[in-house]
Design a binder for this molecule. Structure first.
Ligand SMILES: Cc1cc2nc3c(=O)[nH]c(=O)nc-3n(C[C@H](O)[C@H](O)[C@H](O)COP(=O)(O)OP(=O)(O)OC[C@H]3O[C@@H](n4cnc5c(N)ncnc54)[C@H](O)[C@@H]3O)c2cc1C
Length: 456
């Protein structure tokens, strides 16, 4: 009898859940190992301390999640998440000023991160071949018999009474989705592989966030507000968005170590200092429902598994474990969704093999992921490089030229609806950044450069 094929996912946050969903199509049994115990309802947990901060699911991510879990958005809306309609536009104070308003089709989706994770987890748990092992911390990888690849993982289980036991779990494919804290570089070294090259670019951006009761009489003329930073001169930004439960999530952020304070007066003062008073006016007398939480580990960190000359079979690294971005650009969950799609495509291209042989798959996936990472990485780092105190190297000449060119494109989004639309479609990962170089935009951008010299 043919044995059942097994896949193991390390970490059950966004990247792990979406990977698990894809693997359920390809393996007889999928096991997601999560070191936390999941809450029984939408609620924060230790492993995703970022869940109290504003999370925007980009338009591309929203579409992929809907494909993976049909009806997901309706389910979130039924749970109280606000539905985007042409009437409730986001007011976007862009780096160049107020952008032209845009329609929800190009917008993303906002709910609390706790609700989003909980809803996806519940949907995934309904798959007969998916199981969650909670309270399990992966401590290492197991090598296969001829030492060409990974054959499983060592898991330390800690029950709620704090007693521990260690188990070896074997699988045909192991996916690391354990986030930034991933120990995969060390695990690979233990198996005799070189660690991946790691690059870190840090704009020293910090968040402070709080949830408020939404006021019934406000807003009158906006649904949500997003204030972008404009480094190096404008280090501060913020967002106020409605979420389920008739609440507002408010996140303030500052780059270049201009961190928003976490005490009441300082938090309000920071909101007041933004280039528009909309957020401050909304929250100054609103009822807070949570304390103010902060988050500072926002550096961009890429681990180049794709560049290793020797890479193990049957082992893939996805999500923040492979590439983490400054979250202010809202890319993490969408990149996780795109990565799940890539894994699906690569697995679809393989002939089902009776002995579960996936030779060459892991390298192929890692190289395709590198392409997705590079686009998001360029977008995030080209902004973060601009903070005067940023660390981790200087941008290449090409990046510097792109930054200068993008400055001109950004000026156009305050006055040109077509450019604004293209900009948003690129930011929301619906279109490739090459669209910024469409002749119609290049001509307008160059016009921006020569405009001042023509005026006397
Ligand atoms: C402040 C902030 C704001 C953000 N805003 C946005 C946003 O607006 N839009 C967006 O798309 N993304 C945003 N993100 C990113 C988002 O939160 C995602 O979680 C992220 O994309 C990466 O997810 P991940 O699953 O790779 O890792 P994580 O979310 O870090 O999850 C890793 C999981 O692995 C578990 N784990 C770790 N080690 C082990 C182990 N050894 N064994 C077993 N389990 C383990 C952890 O408990 C955790 O559950 C934001 C992030 C931060 C920090």
């Amino acid at each position: 009898m043919q044995r059942a094929s097994q896949a193991l996912v390390i970490g059950g946050s966004m990247a792990g859940l979406l990977t698990g969903r894809i693997l359920a199509n390809h393996f007889d049994q999928v096991t997601i190992i999560e070191r936390d115990y999941y809450p029984k309802e939408p609620a924060p947990r230790r492993g995703i301390p970022q869940s109290g901060h504003f999370h925007l699911l980009l338009s591309r991510g929203r579409k992929i999640l809907e494909q993976l879990f049909p009806g997901l958005q309706d389910e979130l809306v039924a749970a109280g998440a606000p539905l985007l309609t042409p009437q409730n536009e986001t007011a976007w104070f862009s780096p160049a000023g107020w952008a032209i308003h845009f329609t929800p089709d190009r917008a993303g989706f906002v709910s609390s991160r706790d609700l989003l994770d909980w809803t996806i987890r519940r949907r995934l748990a309904s798959f007969a071949n998916v199981r969650f092992l909670e309270g399990g911390t992966v401590t290492g990888l197991l090598a296969n018999s001829d030492h060409t690849g990974v054959a499983g993982a060592v898991v330390r289980f800690c029950d709620k009474a704090d007693s521990t036991e260690e188990k070896s779990l074997y699988a045909d494919l192991v996916v690391d989705a354990s986030g930034k804290v991933s120990k995969a570089p060390q695990w690979l070294q233990t198996l005799g592989y070189a660690p991946p090259q790691e690059i870190v670019i840090n704009g020293f951006f910090g968040y402070a966030s709080r949830i408020y009761q939404a006021k019934a009489d406000c807003p009158a003329d906006w649904h949500s507000v997003f204030v972008s930073t404009a480094p190096p001169s404008r280090t501060r930004g913020g967002a106020i968005f409605p979420i389920e439960g008739k609440r507002w999530i408010v996140s303030l952020g500052g780059g270049d170590r201009d961190y928003p304070p976490t005490e009441e007066a300082g938090f309000l003062e920071f909101a007041h200092s933004l280039p528009t008073p909309l957020i401050y006016n909304a929250i100054k007398d609103a009822q807070p429902l949570t304390p103010i939480s902060s988050y500072r580990g926002t550096e961009n960190r890429i681990r180049h598994y794709d560049r290793l000359s020797r890479y193990p079979e049957n082992f893939v690294v996805v999500g923040h474990a492979a590439c983490a971005f400054n979250p202010v650009y809202g890319q993490g969950m969408t990149v996780a969704a795109l990565s799940a799609q890539i894994l699906d495509q690569c697995l679809n291209q393989r002939q089902p093999h009776p002995d579960g042989n996936l030779k060459g798959l892991s390298r192929q996936v890692q190289q395709k992921l590198a392409h997705v990472h590079s686009v998001a990485w360029l977008f995030a780092t080209s902004q973060d490089y601009r903070y005067r105190g940023s660390a981790g190297g200087k941008p290449s000449l090409v990046t510097q030229l792109m930054i200068q060119y993008m400055d001109q494109v950004l000026k156009l989004i305050t006055e040109d609806a077509d450019v604004c639309q293209t900009f948003l479609e690129v930011v929301h990962m619906i279109k490739s950044p090459t669209n910024f170089f469409h002749p119609s935009i290049v001509v307008k951008a160059i016009g921006q450069i020569i405009k001042p010299s023509l005026s006397f």
